[in-house]
Design a protein around this ligand. Structure first.
Ligand SMILES: *[C@@H]1O[C@H](CO)[C@@H](O)[C@H](O)[C@H]1NC(C)=O
Ligand SMILES: *[C@@H]1O[C@H](CO)[C@@H](O)[C@H](O)[C@H]1NC(C)=O
Ligand SMILES: *[C@@H]1O[C@H](CO)[C@@H](O)[C@H](O)[C@H]1NC(C)=O
Ligand SMILES: *[C@@H]1O[C@H](CO)[C@@H](O)[C@H](O)[C@H]1NC(C)=O
Ligand SMILES: *[C@@H]1O[C@H](CO)[C@@H](O)[C@H](O)[C@H]1NC(C)=O
Length: 541
């Protein structure tokens, strides 16, 4: 004890000294050390479950087999999409599957097809003063990749008594079929239950290629029908609700999504014969820009609103972390120095780096037509995932910085989204263009009533029904987090301020080879979807 105290004092002293010496007054603030206020309050348990029904859905042998085979049949239907697709009529097979397997849902819901293949199920509640809840998933999957690398055919839906294999098992038919299954159980087990609150299911069909056909039109339909901010909360695919990482278990609730930006950098320089070349061709000039652009990574940042900061606060308060991490986490909202230490530590961990840093990847390049002709045009496209706190300007300024150096050195013009920064010259021009920009998603508020209801319910479900006794020595840490990719919710921002991307389940999506070969879902994860939504809807609707 004594020695720990001594180290604490030393560290605090050191921090203070450095702070005063180097930084402005905000860096000196160590007042959070003397506060015992939680930055990550653990929610109270929410909901009452029919223990018997819940255990049946989670563990009954014949139900398990029935549910696995039903999901397997969904996986056997090809719903692969790719960027070049124009005919989506194969989705009719999937619709027929849903109608056949879930007759009770079709009897009780208003089913609307949006843009032919998008599906909306509205289960009407009796109390119109309660805002509806909206559960999302998508019907489509990514392509198979190399078939020879699959142990079982991606459309086999092979079940080995624990694991269901196949494309879409994890992303995200296990969730979609589970939602339909949960609703079926509600109508089967509680034929007299009347929903007070409307429940909506919305299943797009092109999430993997941006959702412009499915989710976008579904969102418009719901917006017309229900209005702005009309949905209590939205739950979509995302992080698992209960996964083990090292010695802890986490309930990851994604409350922020990074932005997205495709940037084109084009260099036009005089064409001509290769026997009498200019010193640098458009390709050479573009290479110079790209090479320095790539070396200059975006600055990692953690503005206070980035849920990653909440994540570290939750972990720091609820589990064992090295003292140094606890210290800088506790101080980081009030103390710039501590914040910077935290940023530097995290930017160095590959798991976290791009949750706090805008990413850049030069993905496409084109230029040149002939071996003996100087290329007039060289163009590259750089993909970015924009960190919370950054925006289009962050990316454009960096592109301008590196392009300007080359423009000045080689006497070229410079255009940014058609705006002339430097007039084009006879040597040519560099053109920077935003091809597609999606800002960082609005951040879902946390620790409010809707958060507490969802996460209190998760605690109840996982701590008391799924894993009773497990979380006595091991914490179950429910925490907000940030997602690096985008979901269909990008089209739903106007419908609700509370968008969560999280699904019942126990498997890390990367471990389950989401988008890779041998994708799988554990049957327990699927049964948890059914049991979770069965109770969640009965309790809050
Ligand atoms: C913080 O400390 C005060 C005073 O000692 C106490 O009343 C309060 O319950 C504590 N709060 C927490 C969250 O521990
Ligand atoms: C619980 O379910 C089992 C089998 O499903 C049934 O035999 C038992 O009577 C049920 N118990 C209660 C209290 O409903
Ligand atoms: C992490 O830190 C180590 C040691 O300081 C350094 O060698 C390494 O390059 C860093 N990695 C990243 C991703 O910053
Ligand atoms: C240069 O090539 C890119 C990529 O092929 C193309 O989008 C662009 O229009 C071309 N520019 C000119 C001036 O031809
Ligand atoms: C639905 O409303 C009735 C009548 O107000 C109430 O008794 C019941 O508890 C409500 N159910 C839920 C799940 O809120």
């Amino acid at each position: 004890m004594a020695s720990t105290k001594f180290i604490i004092l030393q560290l605090v002293g050191l921090l203070l000294a450095i702070s005063i010496a180097v930084f402005q007054p905000t860096a000196v603030n160590i007042s959070p050390l003397f506060s015992n206020e939680s930055k990550c309050p653990v929610p109270e348990y929410v909901g009452t479950f029919d223990h018997n029904d819940t255990q049946f859905l989670l563990h009954d042998k014949s139900f398990r087999k029935f549910a696995a085979e039903r999901l397997s049949r969904a996986i056997q239907i090809d719903t692969v999409v790719d960027e070049h697709m124009t005919d989506f009529s194969k989705f009719i097979d999937f619709h027929n599957y849903l109608r056949t397997e879930f007759p009770l849902v079709y009897q009780n819901a208003i089913v609307t097809k949006i843009n032919n293949y998008g599906l909306v199920y509205e289960f009407k509640g009796t109390d119109s003063s309660l805002k509806p809840i909206l559960m999302m998933a998508h019907q489509d999957t990514v392509p198979f990749g190399d078939l020879s690398e699959w142990e079982y055919h991606p459309l086999s839906g092979h079940f080995d008594d624990e694991i269901i294999y196949g494309r879409g098992s994890n992303d995200i038919k296990g969730l979609l079929v589970g939602l339909m299954g949960a609703m079926t159980e509600i109508y089967q087990k509680n034929p007299n239950h009347k929903l007070n609150r409307t429940v909506i299911f919305a299943f797009g069909y092109d999430e993997e290629i941006s959702g412009d056909l499915g989710a976008k039109n579904i969102a418009n339909y719901l917006f017309e029908k229900y209005g702005p901010d009309s949905i209590d909360h939205i739950l979509d695919e995302g992080a698992p609700m209960c996964i083990g990482v090292n010695k802890n278990y986490y309930g990851f609730v994604v409350t922020a999504e990074k932005g997205y930006l495709d940037l084109a950098i084009e260099v036009n320089a005089p064409s001509g014969h290769s026997s009498n070349p200019t010193d640098k061709t458009s390709i050479g000039l573009l290479s110079e820009i790209l090479s320095s652009y790539e070396k200059d990574k975006f600055k990692p940042i953690i503005p206070d609103e980035n849920p990653m900061l909440n994540l570290f606060e939750c972990v720091s308060e609820q589990s064992k972390l090295p003292f140094f991490y606890k210290l800088i986490t506790k101080l980081s909202r009030a103390n710039e120095l501590a914040k910077n230490l935290l940023i530097n530590k995290l930017a160095n961990v590959s798991l976290f780096e791009y949750t706090i840093r805008t990413s850049q990847a030069i993905d496409v390049i084109s230029g040149g037509t002939k071996y003996n002709a100087l290329p007039y045009n060289a163009t590259a496209v750089i993909n970015h995932r924009i960190a919370v706190g950054d925006n289009e300007d962050t990316v454009l300024s960096k592109a301008v910085k590196h392009s300007k150096t080359v423009a000045i050195e080689s006497n070229l013009g410079l255009l940014v989204n058609d705006k002339v920064l430097i007039e084009p010259t006879k040597n040519g021009v560099i053109k920077i263009r935003t091809l597609y920009y999606l800002p960082v998603a609005p951040i879902t508020p946390i620790f409010d009533d809707i958060w507490n209801r969802l996460t209190g319910f998760m605690r109840n479900f996982y701590e008391r029904e799924v894993f009773p006794g497990k979380f006595i020595d091991t914490p179950y840490i429910i925490t907000p987090t940030t997602m690096q990719g985008n979901t269909d919710t990008r089209h739903y921002w106007k419908l609700s301020t509370h968008i969560y991307r999280s699904q019942p389940g126990i498997t890390n999506l990367f471990e389950a080879h989401m988008h890779g070969t041998n994708e799988y879902v554990h049957i327990d994860s699927h049964l948890q979807v059914i049991a979770f939504y069965y109770n969640y809807i009965l309790n809050i609707c």
